[in-house]
Design a protein around this ligand. Structure first.
Ligand code: T1G
Length: 650
């Protein structure tokens, strides 16, 4: 039974049991209609508690249903029956009440939640707005600007905050269902509260607060339609009669649901979850993951160590000497302090995490590590020396991983007696924040070692994407390709700020030249010099980046790169860079032609899709959707475009 009913001393307990997240699929909607009819018709029932089995209260409508014609009873109709019930309904919330789940709770007369519950309307993250009354009812329960913030941002609020805003009536102290039954029993003796539809919209918390939130999210939209639709729906809720506002909400929702941005966002939602499912690992248990070793306390090593500590793992970091170990320890402590400042860690949790951390200057300190991640200088000889030492000091079952961003992991593995225990774990800076983790799989890597890498990604709250061994794996290989295309366009007729503007109007947070200036032009310059001897002479090569570096212009850190940087650090167009580019075009005999914005993006997307197709052909990536997951999570490809392969119709 997806929805079952039992009555305890005159209170009906309606329980939804629809794993994995109690989404309001057809059977749930039918079951709820049945529950309303039965409880309304049973004179022994005085009140109703709506609860969910499993890990969470309803986490939303079933997103998988959106691609097909929706079948009645539709959620808004189901919720109207609950709201119209003559007996009080109490929503008993645990886990996350999200989207249609929170809308279902809003149609109940009361809501109570466990202390660790969270409530939200995240529809905008799927390119939607609430489609079952949320934009009309939420602002009748909580302040207008609070309602707009929740719906336009899609962010959840914890139970305590929900209580303060008036979104829930109580937080339970003990067992949720028992408390909810007691709450319902007391409610049965009181007059029913007025349905939300009959209440006036709540005022804003301060004059102008609503418009300030609207302005903030209008600015942040960057071409996304859903946040703007959310603002429109919340304005309707304040100005139109409820029936008109609900009709307008439904129309906006259906337009968004059938639009390309929502299809792209739903594609990425499921692609990110599918990325971690690896057929070859079915039935393969990961090895234990309690103690992690990190070799290297630089930016990446410290970020990786902090990510593991924040996930509750014990970490031993080693560096070449006591001074470097102390510097690495300080970097890790700094990251945890940042998490404390941002409220992501309590002082006790920070102390506990630091107690699980050691920074040492001897390989012997890694003797009991379950997994070791190397994050040292990107040089094969250096990595060979590290892995030879790891082979010597670690247990035979310890998984060894390199964080290399482009070196051949199989070549690194050859420094060990058992290469099958070596894989790549390519983190992206900052490692404790970026969600993507490329899991690089050399030929012959042991399945349980691979399963351990995937398990680590999930433990860290990251998205694992399996990548084969090649230069740059998936992310950097595609980025190198479209960076080259951008540089070709500099010679052909475009300027850095034109290319960056095209990318930013497409939805990237930052254009590629601005991004390179930020990370430092000298890094890729060093890589180009290293590869000069093996570069294909037939391949077109653009010298502009080299010219800038030869003149000492490494980007923001030297005050000039592709852009000029003022005291305030703002990027400005550079006439010197423009002159250098024009001179390079002339030197190569290229007659520059202006390149319109649409063509700039078309060429960049074609470059990404072309490299993506090669990556699939070579088996470096398992599916086109994995490539989308990588580009969205590594390089800010706009989620609402679905990734380069989705955008290209793959
Ligand atoms: N529909 C269908 N499947 C869903 C789902 C949903 N709403 N939410 C999760 N799943 C699947 C997911 O694909 C995965 O499947 C499994 O559940 C576990 O998810 C009318 C229109 C709830 C915080 O946007 O944010 O309501 O991979 O791996 O990390 O106005 O899932 O196991 O086969 O993410 O513990 C609004 C989306 C929908 C919430 C749990 N709701 N879900 O996170 O597990 S639109 C959402 C989440 C809507 C109404 C509108 C998270 C989670 P599989 P998971 P998790």
């Amino acid at each position: 039974m997806t929805v079952h009913i039992e009555t305890r001393d005159g209170i009906a307990l309606v329980t939804i049991d629809n794993p994995p997240v109690n989404a309001t699929g057809l059977a749930v909607r039918q079951g709820l209609c049945e529950a309303v009819a039965r409880t309304e018709g049973d004179s022994a029932v005085r009140a109703v508690v709506l609860a969910c089995a499993g890990r969470t209260f309803i986490a939303g409508a079933d997103i998988r249903e959106f691609g097909q014609p929706s079948k009645p009873p539709h959620l808004p109709d189901v919720l109207a029956r609950i709201a119209g019930a003559r007996k009080p309904w109490v929503a008993a919330i645990h886990g996350t009440a999200l989207g249609g789940g929170l809308e279902t709770a809003l149609s109940c007369h009361y809501r109570i939640a466990t202390p660790d519950a969270a409530l939200g309307l995240p529809e905008v993250t799927l390119g939607l707005i609430p489609g079952a009354g949320g934009t009309v009812r939420l602002p009748r329960l909580i302040a207008a600007d609070h309602a707009l913030e929740m719906i336009a941002s899609g962010a959840s609020v914890p139970a305590q905050r929900a209580r303060e805003m008036g979104l829930i009536d109580a937080i339970t102290g003990g067992d949720l269902v028992s408390d909810a039954l007691a709450f319902a029993r007391a409610a049965a003796d009181r007059p029913l509260p007025a349905p939300l539809d009959d209440r006036p919209p709540r005022p804003e918390t301060a004059a102008g607060a609503f418009n300030a939130v609207a302005a903030k999210h209008t600015k942040r939209a960057r071409g996304q339609r859903a946040p703007l639709a959310a603002i429109e729906a919340l304005r309707n809720a304040r100005t139109l009669p409820v029936p008109e506002a609900l009709k307008a909400e439904r129309a906006l929702f259906q337009t968004l649901r059938d639009g390309v941005q929502s299809k792209a966002l739903r594609h990425i939602f499921f692609a990110e979850r599918a990325a971690g499912r690896v057929d070859r690992l079915e039935g393969i248990a990961p090895r234990p993951l309690g103690r992690v070793g990190v070799v290297g306390g630089g930016t990446m090593g410290a970020g990786i160590a902090a990510a593991c500590l924040l996930a509750g793992l014990s970490v031993t970091m080693i560096e070449r000497d006591a001074g470097a170990a102390e510097a690495g320890r300080a970097r890790v402590a700094g990251i945890l302090d940042g998490a404390l400042k941002r409220g992501k860690l309590t002082p006790d949790a920070r102390a506990a995490r630091l107690a699980a951390f050691a920074a040492r200057d001897t390989y012997e300190a890694l003797a009991d590590a379950d997994l070791v991640i190397e994050a040292v200088f990107e040089n094969l000889d250096v990595k060979h020396a590290v892995f030879a030492e790891l082979d010597r000091v670690t247990r035979p079952d310890t998984v060894l991983a390199s964080n290399t961003s482009y070196l051949d992991v199989a070549a690194i593995a050859r420094a060990t007696a058992n290469p099958a225990r070596v894989l790549g774990l390519h983190f992206f800076a900052p490692a404790h924040i970026m969600k993507l983790l490329e899991i690089v799989t050399p030929e012959g890597v042991d399945d349980s070692a691979l399963a351990t890498g995937v398990a680590l990604a999930k433990r860290l709250g990251k998205i694992p994407v399996i990548a084969g061994v090649c230069d740059g794996f998936i992310a950097n290989r595609i980025m190198s390709r479209y960076r080259r295309e951008a540089e070709y366009m500099l010679e052909d007729g475009a300027l850095p700020w034109e290319i960056d503007a095209a990318m930013e109007s497409y939805g990237f947070p930052m254009g590629i030249f601005r991004m390179q200036d930020l990370s430092g032009l000298d890094i890729s310059w060093a890589m180009r010099k290293r590869r000069a001897a093996t570069r294909d002479p037939a391949e077109r090569y653009v010298d502009i980046g080299d010219r800038l570096c030869e003149a000492g212009h490494f980007g923001q850190k030297t005050g000039r790169g592709y852009y000029l940087y003022g005291e305030d650090g703002r990027a400005q167009r550079s006439t010197e860079t423009e002159a250098l580019i024009l001179a390079e075009s002339a030197r190569k005999g290229i007659a520059r032609q202006p390149i319109p914005e649409s063509e700039i993006m078309a060429r960049l997307l074609a470059a990404m899709q072309d490299e993506g197709a090669r990556i699939l052909d070579e088996g470096i990536a398992r599916r086109a959707a994995d490539i989308d997951v990588v580009m969205v999570n590594a390089f800010g490809f706009p989620r609402w475009k679905g990734g380069p392969m989705f955008a290209g119709g793959a």
